[in-house]
Design a protein around this ligand. Structure first.
Ligand code: NAD
Length: 496
């Protein structure tokens, strides 16, 4: 039998706390399904508040230990580099496990999720030894004969609570764990209850590498109890969250009680903007890729397609033709381009929203329905002539559904592109660089791409404006997210 068709071996599904595998104290479990078959494949431990408290206490004890505080930054970096090597060795196995659990095509798991994960470990490993403070000459408004100076240090914030979604499970976990460790924090991570398996396998690999006990703890569980307990715990000094805007709002409100630091990477409704002078041979496949990649389950997916009138019909027809030609299938099957939707709940939400678009008068040019096969598949869908008041254009669908809107003058673009509560990404497709740069200034989004979409790089700050989030991850911004400046002010006797 082809190895790709065999079920991958599963990791331990207990909680990983203080370097040990433990059962959930309540004995409760969470069923896990393969979205391509709808079959149950595993059961996760459902952490209770007490379990989360134990994980936080372990992370705090490690953070306070002399061994952790005195560990050379280079050695924290080496831990991440060692983990990168082990993850690299197991990349194929991890990718197959992700495909089994999340449903995405193997090629995406292996060459997007795993590639990003390994790069992120190396990138943040490099940062561990490169943070530095400042030495400042002060200007006192009095003269007491002294000389005043200050220095600042970047101190790790403390215990970090990481909470991740289901669309890029392993990459998201590393996006929280790697900077936390690099900058001297310890971490308790709660993965999405939909897709925890690769994060649990990661815990096994972390154990194998020999991280200090309590430095990284993984607790699986539901958001409303395990996730909320992490947010409520006073010893957690920062929450690094990626997920929906609704959950982000709850976390922000709950964090106020203990004045936690928060970074929130939330939802989006990003525009792909095609000007009439664009190279359509690149813009049309680019627009299709921006929405259909990972079955549209991407926070920066180009879910609003704004097209200049002279090329509107051509672009809509071109994207629709690509949509019709995409091969849906189980992620492990060779040639699959689009996998299933992660859960039946998410599939129902997508179906409901597309139905609302239909009944509000949108034109269905491609797809529009649940695919006629086993598994939670939805046809790649193009809705045209969408009006700004329709639910499909206002809400994040998080599925393979794009809404096309024509515009007749370039002066309209700013208003249409920014007519959304979100501000995560946007792409502009044109041959005119002057227009591209001027438009980029007008679009309210964390990232603007020219003639490409969804290019994320660890060196570039990533995050959203408006309801798409708070703070930035990656690049030098990660230092601000995981450390705090501490100033030491001194008076030096001036008469030596
Ligand atoms: P979600 O908000 O439902 O869940 C995300 C995580 O939060 C899960 O681990 C969940 O268990 C936990 N959670 C739920 N309620 C909680 C609570 N009250 N307290 C603490 N934790 C809680 O999101 P999802 O459906 O898993 O993921 C899809 C969403 O994530 C989309 O909106 C997408 O745009 C967003 N996302 C954003 C980015 C980004 O970088 N901006 C990246 C990927 C996904």
């Amino acid at each position: 039998m082809n190895a790709m068709n065999q079920a991958p071996s599963l990791p331990r599904t207990d909680l990983y706390i203080n370097g040990e595998w433990v059962k959930a104290s309540s004995g409760k479990t969470i069923p896990v399904f393969n979205p391509a078959t709808e079959n149950q494949i595993a059961e996760l431990a459902a952490a209770s508040v007490e379990d989360v408290n134990r994980a936080v206490e372990a992370a705090h004890a490690c953070f306070e230990s002399t061994a952790w505080r005195r560990m050379r930054p280079l050695d924290r970096g080496r831990l991440l580099e060692k983990l990168a090597l082990v993850v690299e060795e197991h990349a194929d196995e991890l990718a197959r496990l992700e495909t089994y659990d999340n449903g995405k095509p193997y090629a995406t798991s292996r060459y997007v999720d795993l590639a990003f994960t390994i790069d992120a470990l190396r990138y943040f490993g490099g940062w561990a030894s490169k943070t530095a403070g400042e030495y400042i000459t002060l200007s006192p408004f009095f003269d007491d004969g002294g000389v005043y100076r200050a220095y600042t240090e970047r101190k790790p914030v403390g215990v970090v609570g990481g909470i991740t979604p289901w669309n890029f499970p392993l990459g998201q976990a590393i996006q929280k764990i790697a900077p936390a460790i690099a900058f001297g924090c310890t971490v308790v991570l709660k993965p999405s209850e939909e897709t925890s398996l690769t994060t649990l396998r990661l815990a096994e690999l972390i154990h194998e590498v020999g991280f200090p006990k309590g430095a990284v703890n993984i607790v699986t569980g539901y958001g409303h109890d395990a996730g909320a307990a992490l947010v409520d715990h006073p010893l957690v000094r920062k929450i690094a969250f990626t997920g929906s805007t609704a959950t982000g709002q709850r976390i922000l409100a709950a964090s106020a009680k203990t004045m936690k630091r928060v970074t929130l990477e939330l939802g989006g409704k990003s525009p792909t903007i095609i000007l009439a002078d664009a190279d359509l041979s690149r813009a049309i496949p680019g627009a299709a890729n921006a929405i259909f990649g990972n079955s549209g389950q991407v926070c920066t997916a180009g879910s609003r397609l704004l097209i200049e009138k002279p090329v509107y019909e051509e672009v809509v027809a071109g994207v629709a033709e690509i949509a019709r030609g995409l091969r849906l299938g189980p992620g492990h099957q060779e040639g699959t381009q689009l996998g299933p939707i992660v859960s039946s709940r998410q599939l129902e939400r997508i179906s409901g929203l597309v139905q609302s678009g239909r009944s509000e008068g949108a034109r269905v040019v491609a797809g529009g329905n649940r695919a006629d096969r086993d598994g939670w598949f939805f046809e790649p869908t193009v809705l045209a002539d969408v009006r700004p008041d329709m639910q499909v254009i206002r809400e994040e669908i998080f599925g393979p559904v794009v809404c096309a809107i024509p515009f007749s003058a370039r002066s309209e673009i700013k208003a249409i592109a920014n007519d959304t509560p979100y501000g995560l990404g946007a792409s502009i497709w044109t041959r005119n660089l002057d227009h591209a740069h001027l438009l980029a200034e007008e679009i309210d989004a964390g990232t603007v791409w020219f003639n490409t979409h969804n290019i994320l790089d660890l060196a570039v700050p990533f995050g959203g404006t408006k309801m798409s989030g708070l703070g930035r991850e990656f690049g030098t911004e990660a230092i601000n997210a995981f450390t705090e400046p501490k100033a030491v002010v001194m008076r030096l006797a001036g008469d030596y």
